[in-house]
Design a protein around this ligand. Structure first.
Ligand SMILES: CC(C)(COP(=O)(O)OP(=O)(O)OC[C@H]1O[C@@H](n2cnc3c(N)ncnc32)[C@H](O)[C@@H]1OP(=O)(O)O)[C@@H](O)C(=O)NCCC(=O)NCCS
Length: 438
């Protein structure tokens, strides 16, 4: 039997439940998962999610998965993760990408399919291995290699390389850079800090708070049921069981001592107040509310609304949350003060502070959104309560799924009702999702 997800005209929209979520530990790239690919990590998390949820794979209709820095040899990560995780081969799959909001995009694709009745049970998520980032040949070297492969004689083949300079032989890493502006993410964060008057000390305080809260969550065991241990292939003797980026000893003095990375002379963005390069994967199990009930699941919560938005990357690249959130809140028929929790992806402390500034500003709302009222001030006791991407790490495509799982579990702990998860992403994109518990 094969699964098919297609259009299903005339059906009413179904409410979509998040039944369970799980992630691998998030580790600094080049450490515990250095030998693994994004597909390995994605397959590990999907297979464990299926086991822990005890879902009979025969009920799963669809897998949607994403990766931001593509692996040229595993181009269709959605399908590869399905095949490698031991799921039945009949489960259809596809791949999505929306930069740092990729696993939100995966959830939205699955959500829409379920809401329209085209599928009833789906797994959505994302994986990233920056340890396994592809290296590219320079343009002249690539041209020479193609020319050589077409050469008929040895002389033709050797001749193809004659014009190369020594520098052409160096491999090129993928750029974390905006093609339209030429600025890296870190340089864009510097620009936001400068234009919004955000001081270094404020950024370091955000970073410190991220570590303090993440540390508190880990020590209290609040994250333990959402983080699996990974037995590292091929021998499965080494086990990676914990996040390794959270610093117990984080302190403001050490943060203040770090040198700026992206503008070495006048900058304020450092390795300490940026999200680090990270490997990891995360996934969620989604179902229509009625299928969850039929199968006897008590959902963690439901997706109430979502919105994506975009701004000119040449402005302030990482302001996506301030653009997408008011739309998601309107769609949810809620306002910021109705939310028990807000989780905002911490790409950089400067981006967090810039967005918080915009959220609280009526003038910004008028100028940028054409709205009369500010989005609202966020109560710090409800904001990024278990730390964020600065402390926990940011495997690009996995972060959204981590945030959704963690937020829904915290909402339950607090017996709250509504929460917001929001992310900035490359290209000036923003993603916001409103979650509800009952
Ligand atoms: C900022 C960045 C360049 C730093 O890379 P890196 O130099 O490899 O980072 P490291 O982890 O080695 O940290 C550099 C130093 O700062 C120190 N450091 C980092 N965080 C620290 C903290 N909270 N407190 C104290 N020291 C800290 C490290 O220990 C290290 O010290 P060392 O050189 O003595 O070993 C990299 O993390 C990056 O590019 N981040 C941004 C990623 C990005 O663009 N994401 C997209 C967002 S949407």
């Amino acid at each position: 039997m094969t699964t098919a997800t297609g259009s299903n005209a005339g059906t009413s929209v179904k409410r979509v439940a998040v039944v369970m979520g799980l992630r691998t530990p998030f580790v600094k790239s080049g450490t515990g998962f250095a030998e693994l690919s994004a597909v390995d990590l994605g397959a590990a998390v999907v297979s464990e999610l299926v086991q822990r949820s005890e879902i009979d794979p025969k009920h799963i209709d669809q897998l949607v998965f994403g990766q931001v820095v593509p692996a040229p040899l595993d181009t269709l990560i959605g399908r590869e993760v399905g095949l490698r995780s031991g799921l039945p081969k009949r489960i259809e799959a596809h791949t999505v990408s929306r930069a740092c909001a990729t696993s939100i995009q995966a959830m939205v694709a699955a959500h829409d399919s379920i809401a329209l009745g085209n599928s009833a049970v789906a797994i959505a998520g994302g994986a990233e291995s920056l340890s396994d980032a592809p290296l590219f040949a320079s343009r002249p070297l690539a041209k020479a290699l193609i020319e050589a492969s077409r050469g008929k004689t040895l002389k033709d083949k050797v001749g193809a390389f004659r014009k190369l300079k020594l520098g052409d032989l160096a491999p090129l890493p993928p750029a974390i850079q905006e093609p339209t502006t030429g600025l890296s993410m870190g340089e864009s964060a510097e620009k936001m800090a400068r234009e919004n008057g955000i001081r270094r000390e404020e950024q370091d305080r955000v970073a410190f708070e991220s570590h303090r809260r993440a540390c508190g969550a880990l020590e209290a065991g609040r994250l333990k049921d959402e983080v699996m241990a990974v037995y590292v292939p091929p021998r499965y003797q080494k086990v990676v069981a914990q996040d390794n980026l959270v610093r117990k000893d984080a302190n403001l003095e050490a943060l203040a001592g770090l040198r700026p990375v992206f503008d070495r002379r006048y900058g304020t963005v450092t390795a300490g107040n940026s999200s680090p390069l990270t490997d990891g994967a995360a996934a969620v199990l989604l179902m229509s509310e009625e299928r969850a009930r039929e199968l006897g699941y008590k959902p963690l919560g439901f997706i109430r609304s979502y919105a994506f938005a975009a701004l000119d990357p040449g402005e302030q690249l990482l302001m996506g949350p301030a653009y997408a959130t008011p739309i998601a809140l309107d769609r949810a028929k809620l306002s910021l003060k109705d939310l028990d929790l807000v989780d905002m992806h911490e790409a950089f402390a400067a981006q967090i502070l810039s967005n918080l500034q915009a959220f609280g500003s009526r003038e910004w709302a008028r100028r940028k959104l054409g709205r009369d009222e500010a989005i609202g001030e966020i109560d710090p006791s409800r904001f990024n309560v278990n730390g964020g991407s600065i402390a926990l790490g940011h495997p690009f495509a996995a972060t959204g799924a981590r945030m959704v799982t963690s937020t829904l579990r915290e909402l339950e702990r607090r017996q709250g009702q509504f929460a917001l998860v929001t992310l900035c992403a490359a290209g000036g994109l923003g993603a916001s999702m409103v979650l509800e518990r009952t």
